[in-house]
Design a binder for this molecule. Structure first.
Ligand code: ZN
Length: 121
């Protein structure tokens, strides 16, 4: 039975699951969302010009998922923004948009640091 890798479009979780042909798509183990995208195994695939759009998309989603798993939401957002300049697909855009709307890990607590530091001078 083949193991497939999936990326959750809601929270960015990347997970592996056994899938038989004809099985319905799995749900995300973290947020139970059914909006998951199958990742094509592309060992060592990086964002290079030789790779197909699908391969590049896969490695981008996977990388973003790794950031999110580590709680590095800001990095994931920056990475996705950068990635979109090279590869524009619906999946990447959706995940990127999702991160803009639902930042996790207290990312929302952003005070204009410039104002605070200016007081000192
Ligand atoms: Zn999820």
């Amino acid at each position: 039975m083949p193991i497939y890798e999936f990326c959750c479009l809601e929270c960015g979780e990347v997970f592996e699951t056994l899938q038989r042909l004809g099985d319905s798509p799995p749900v995300c183990p973290l947020c139970q969302s059914g909006r998951v995208e199958k990742l094509i195994s592309a060992p060592g695939a990086v964002i290079d010009r030789g790779a197909s759009v699908r391969q590049r998309e896969t490695s981008i989603l996977r990388r973003a998922g790794e950031y999110l798993r580590d709680g590095k939401v800001a990095e994931a957002r920056r990475f996705l923004k950068e990635a979109q300049e090279h590869v524009r697909t619906d999946s990447i855009k959706r995940l990127s948009d999702r991160l803009q709307q639902q930042p996790r890990g207290g990312y929302l607590v952003s005070k204009p640091a410039a104002v605070i530091t200016k007081k000192k001078s």
